[in-house]
Structures are given as structure tokens and as C-alpha cells.
Design a protein around this ligand. Structure first.
Ligand code: TYD
Ligand code: MG
Length: 450
């Protein structure tokens, strides 16, 4: 392939240079010049002409379900023809495992062949994983290749039903001089794969590692290019994994899918609330169960707080799974309005199971778990709480109260402490004993009784 001239373009002002420069001579910013393929190599698609909106028909089955319910949920119902899906995540979280399992299921339902391009691992390593997962198929074609040009040639030749690129960081285009994994390469390769996917309507999964530099050459660079971005999260000390939609041109965002990593691969968790409460002890102080909404889905999780006397001067405030600033704000409300003495205490707040929550409905459980730990009074194990807390200690209504209550009832809770204003508007009560509270005093009063 003839090598075309490359240009380096400044990512902040658009200045173009024929050689790489550490500093942009135009805007003066550092390290912003990124290699891009020069003009003259513009990919050309077949000529299209405009069609009236009314003339566009939707195919009845334009989505193919992967038959892994939790994956279909985050994809918005299945795989769309020609869609490019980016799966990002830390190395070792289970991206290759997830995709291999999904491909095997997908082929069962759609037929055809899947081209699995592995630049990370050898064919033997892939085979080892597959046999561990009990997958053995004539229809998964493994290609150990890193050259984009060869990969595209292979796609043209085989015309598979779907393509997997594992990973984008090992793929490189011969048209660029920079090394695989650099911003220029990652971007060039994904946009060419995108064009390829659209041209033949082949769904394409791109795996991308979240690199140490994260924002630089990791999946973030691609977010605006691809159709769907999923992040696979979970820490190594826990067996469960969360698949989160960050962007989806074909469905809603903020959905999550929950899996557990077992000896024989990923297993779907259809009732995550049970999982998050599995090891909960019902008589420990500093623990509050709550119902949080992730996407369209209510989840029951446990929030724990530990309040202990400060040993060295400055009190420590540590939050895992919830926003630390928010916790500081709530601590201030507890001190000033609630009258609790927290000035000389260390406070640790943790969402059990490694989940991350960012919604105001968790204000109340955070406040109550801190108060429970300080006073060493446990909150009854059959009670869960939710509500937003305002700066003057008032409890404010939250969205989807009924869905939250139903989930709690399903899991076996008997009682819920919720915002008074939610209680008033409630149409059904999920068979729970409900207590409405309008400020933090009432809330503490109702759950922290000896
Ligand atoms: P992998 O899919 O290779 O991660 P990634 O592609 O995101 O780098 O999975 C890595 C981890 O998963 C590895 O530490 C082993 C573990 N694992 C299991 O626990 N059970 C299994 O069945 C498989 C295939 C992997
Ligand atoms: Mg991998």
C-alpha cells in the first residue's frame, strides 16, 4: 500500500503541520499535535441520494438479540446491523470473556460467521478461554492480526455476520507512522472500521482498554465516533461485574447489566438486589439499605458508614461509591441541623459491593448510616430508606418512588422510611409499612430507636 503524506493536527486549535511538534506554534499548547492520515485518502462511500422521511421503512427485525439478557438490556434490545459498539474497561475485567460468550450466543440465534480479530492474544490463548467457557464453534473465525488493512481485506472477503476487534489498542494502520495505541492510530482505525461496518451492515464490537493515561489513548477518544459505548466495570476483589451504557444511538443510556465472574465464565445476575444484600448482617450499626434507580432499574443496595474518633489532628473523610463532596455536605447538615458532634471523628462511607451511585435519593441512607454508627444503634434489618436531603435538613421527594418501593417489597423488606411528600402522592404501597418523614430529625427518630 502506498504511503500517503501524514499531517499532524493540533487538537485544540486545528493547526496542521507536516512534522510532529511538541508545542503548537499557533496556540502554544503542548502535546496536542496528533497524527492524521493526509488528504487524498478520503474514504468514499457509494453515492447516496436523499429520501423523504416518510419513505424510510424500519425493518421489523432490525435488532438481533444476543440472548444474553443483561447484554441485550444495555444494548437496547440487541445488536443493530452496522452498529459499532465499543466495550471499554480495565485490563482483566472480562471484556474478551463477555464478547466470546456473546458471539457464541449471537451466532446461535442469527446464524452466519463471526470474525474474531485477536491482536492481544494468540489463537491458542483464545482457544483455551473458549474451552473453559465450553464454546467450540466452526462459525467463530479467529484471526490473529493487528494490521487494519489486512483486517479490512479479510472482512471484505468473508463478509461475516459480526466482527470483533480485540483490542483497538493493538490495531494499527499502515497509513500512519505512529505506534499502535496512540491517539492518531486508535482514532483512524476506529473510523475506518466504522465505515466498513456501515458499508455492509456488519455489527462490529471494538474492545478498548482504559489505559493509565485514560483520557488520552483510551476508549474516550472513540466515544464520539462509535454508535454505542459500554463500560465493563468491577474490581478484582469482587466477582461481580457491571456493564454500563455510556452512549447509545440505538437505545437508552444509563442502563446497567449485572454479571458474576465464575470459573466457567460470566453468569447473568437477573436479581442484583439479592446479590448486593447477600452478606448483610441485620444487627450491625452504621448500615442502611436503600433503593436506587440505575437507568430504568431499581436496585437495593447497602450503604455503610463507620464513625470513629480521630487519632491525629485532622479528621479523615473517605467515601467509596458515592461522591465525597456530597458526603461532606451531608456531614455538615448532620452537625449544624442534626446537632451531631462529628468534628473530632473520622467518617468512612462505603457502598457495599463496589457499586457507584450518583443520585440524591441516597442522601437519607448516608445520613442515617452515619448517625447509626455514631450512636451505635442499628437500623432494623427489615427497613430501607431513601430521600434527598436539603441544606436545611428537609427531606425532599425523589423520582420513581413506587418502583423503589416495589423492589424493596420484592426482596422481602417490611418497612420503608421515605420522604413525606412522596408518601402523599403514592398510589400503591407495595404491601410495606411506610413512614413519611419531612426532616432529618424525624428520620433519625423513626429508625434509630433502641
Ligand atoms: P478477560 O476476558 O481476559 O479480560 P479482558 O479481556 O478484559 O482483559 O478475563 C480476565 C479474567 O477473568 C482473568 O483474570 C481470569 C478471569 N476468568 C474467570 O474467572 N473465569 C473464566 O471463565 C474466564 C474465561 C476468565
Ligand atoms: Mg482481553
Amino acid at each position: 500500500m502506498s504511503r500517503t503524506k501524514t499531517v499532524y493536527t493540533c487538537q485544540s486549535c486545528g493547526y496542521a503541520s507536516l512534522k510532529w511538534l511538541g508545542r503548537c506554534p499557533d496556540c502554544g499548547s503542548w502535546n496536542t499535535l496528533v497524527e492524521e492520515a493526509g488528504s487524498g485518502r478520503k474514504p468514499h462511500l457509494s453515492a447516496t441520494s436523499p429520501v423523504p422521511l416518510s419513505g424510510i421503512t424500519l425493518g421489523a427485525d432490525h435488532r438481533t438479540p444476543t440472548l444474553i439478557g443483561e447484554l441485550d438490556r444495555v444494548l437496547g434490545g440487541g445488536v443493530v446491523a452496522g452498529a459499532v459498539v465499543l466495550i471499554g474497561g480495565d485490563p482483566g475485567v472480562g471484556k474478551s470473556t463477555l464478547i466470546l460468550q456473546a458471539m457464541s450466543k449471537l451466532l446461535d440465534s442469527s446464524g452466519g460467521k463471526c470474525l474474531y480479530v485477536s491482536g492481544e492474544e494468540s489463537a491458542t490463548q483464545l482457544k483455551l478461554r473458549a474451552s473453559r467457557l465450553g464454546i467450540d464453534s466452526d462459525d467463530i473465525l479467529v484471526l490473529s492480526e493487528t494490521s487494519l488493512e489486512v483486517i479490512i481485506e479479510e472482512i471484505e472477503k468473508t463478509r461475516p455476520a459480526c466482527v470483533v476487534i480485540d483490542s483497538i489498542q493493538t490495531t494499527y494502520s499502515e497509513e500512519l507512522q505512529s505506534a499502535p495505541g496512540t491517539v492518531g492510530q486508535v482514532r483512524e482505525c476506529s473510523s475506518r472500521l466504522m465505515i466498513q461496518a456501515k458499508r455492509h451492515g456488519i455489527p462490529t464490537f471494538i474492545i478498548g482498554h482504559v489505559t493509565k493515561e485514560g483520557a488520552i489513548a483510551g476508549p474516550r477518544v472513540l466515544e464520539h465516533i462509535v454508535d454505542t459505548v459500554l463500560y465493563f466495570e468491577g474490581d478484582r476483589s469482587h466477582s461481580f461485574r457491571i456493564l454500563r451504557t455510556v452512549k447509545n444511538r440505538f437505545g437508552s443510556t444509563n442502563e446497567i447489566g449485572v454479571f458474576e465472574m465464575t470459573d466457567s465464565g460470566l453468569v447473568e445476575i437477573t436479581n442484583p438486589s439479592e446479590l448486593f444484600l447477600r452478606e448483610r448482617s441485620s444487627d450491625a450499626s452504621g448500615s442502611a439499605a436503600t433503593s436506587t434507580i440505575e437507568g430504568t432499574r431499581p436496585l437495593i443496595v447497602e450503604i455503610q458508614a463507620l464513625v470513629s474518633p480521630t487519632t491525629f489532628g485532622v479528621p479523615r473523610r473517605t467515601s467509596i461509591g458515592v461522591d465525597g463532596q456530597r458526603v461532606n455536605l451531608l456531614i455538615a447538615v448532620l452537625e449544624k441541623i442534626g446537632g451531631l458532634h462529628l468534628g473530632l471523628t473520622d467518617i468512612y462511607v462505603n457502598v457495599v459491593g463496589g457499586l457507584r451511585i450518583a443520585e440524591p435519593a441516597t442522601d437519607l441512607p448516608i445520613i442515617l448510616s452515619i448517625a447509626s454508627s455514631l450512636r451505635e444503634i442499628p437500623i432494623a434489618g427489615d427497613t430501607f430508606v431513601f430521600g434527598e436531603v436539603g441544606l436545611s435538613g428537609e427531606i425532599r421527594a425523589v423520582s420513581q418512588a413506587e418502583a423503589r418501593l416495589n423492589e424493596g417489597g420484592k426482596i422481602g423488606f417490611k418497612r420503608a422510611v421515605i420522604p413525606e411528600s412522596n408518601l402523599k402522592r403514592l398510589k400503591q404501597d407495595a404491601g410495606l409499612h411506610l413512614t413519611g418523614v419531612s426532616d432529618i430529625h424525624e428520620a433519625m427518630e423513626s429508625v434509630l430507636r433502641r
